[in-house]
Design a binder for this molecule. Structure first.
Ligand code: SAM
Length: 222
């Protein structure tokens, strides 16, 4: 599919991404850096974006949606503070290209991911198959409701911006669980970190970010 020269250019761009975008900005998790240094991000973007796949920005993936900037993917993954034993289950809301889910799949036992646009979910499914990733379960529906059949989840990551954290997601977070989500207005949000200890929920506001909107009952109106 790719010529040797193009493969070499992509490899080089991927290593530059690791050094200049991730390590230089403080991403330290060695397992994560290794995974992002190997996972072919270019397979998750449309062919006309291949040469930009490792650039320092989000990219269009069709249907007015985006694959997030590599640094944001790495930062949100680090915030999840995934247990080193690899035994966690994670729910992702907003499959998009499937890139974030694919990274998580290398770090945990099982990933559940929800997307509302069927064609994006199908594209992601094909890339998972091509990469022989077998621990991602997908569904197409409004992810604001979570996925109660598989709850509770040790970690929940929302990759679309919502006005507030959807209550069903808080309900589906396991004890000692962590949820990361961009929360705020339509055109800018803050990353929010929720941690659950029994019935007590701690809430921390972190960095400013810009995500496409979470649409639906617990997000924005279409
Ligand atoms: N995590 C993705 C990746 O790795 O490519 C990027 C996600 S993109 C920034 C946000 C995604 O959330 C879009 O694909 C969008 O269709 C999806 N989305 C928006 N509202 C949703 C909802 N209520 N339920 C599920 N997915 C939703």
């Amino acid at each position: 599919m790719f010529g040797k020269r193009q493969e070499q250019d992509l490899d080089k761009a991927q290593q530059v991404m690791i050094e200049n975008q991730l390590k230089a900005r403080g991403i330290k998790d060695e397992r994560l850096l290794q995974i992002m240094g190997q996972l072919p991000r270019h397979l998750f973007v449309p062919p006309d974006q291949h040469n930009l796949a490792y650039s320092d920005k989000p990219l269009p993936i069709g249907r007015q949606q985006t694959i997030s900037q590599p640094y944001i993917v790495a930062h949100m993954t680090e915030l999840l503070n995934l247990p080193a034993d690899g035994d966690a289950t994670v729910l992702e809301v907003g499959t998009g290209s499937g890139y974030q889910a694919a990274i998580l799949s290398q770090l945990v036992k099982q990933v559940y991911t929800i997307e509302r646009i069927p064609s994006l979910a199908e594209n992601a499914r094909q890339v998972f198959e091509q990469l022989e990733i077998t621990n991602i379960k997908q569904t197409v529906t409004d992810g604001g409701y979570g996925w109660s059949a598989h709850a509770p989840f040790d970690r929940i990551i929302v990759t679309a911006g919502a006005p507030s954290v959807p209550p069903p997601l808080i309900d589906q977070l396991a004890d000692e669980g962590i949820l990361v989500a961009p929360i705020g207005g339509w055109s800018n949000q803050q990353l929010v970190l929720l941690t659950r200890q029994g019935e007590s929920i701690q809430h921390k506001n972190l960095t400013s970010v810009l995500f496409v909107p979470l649409l639906g009952e617990h997000g924005w109106q279409e």
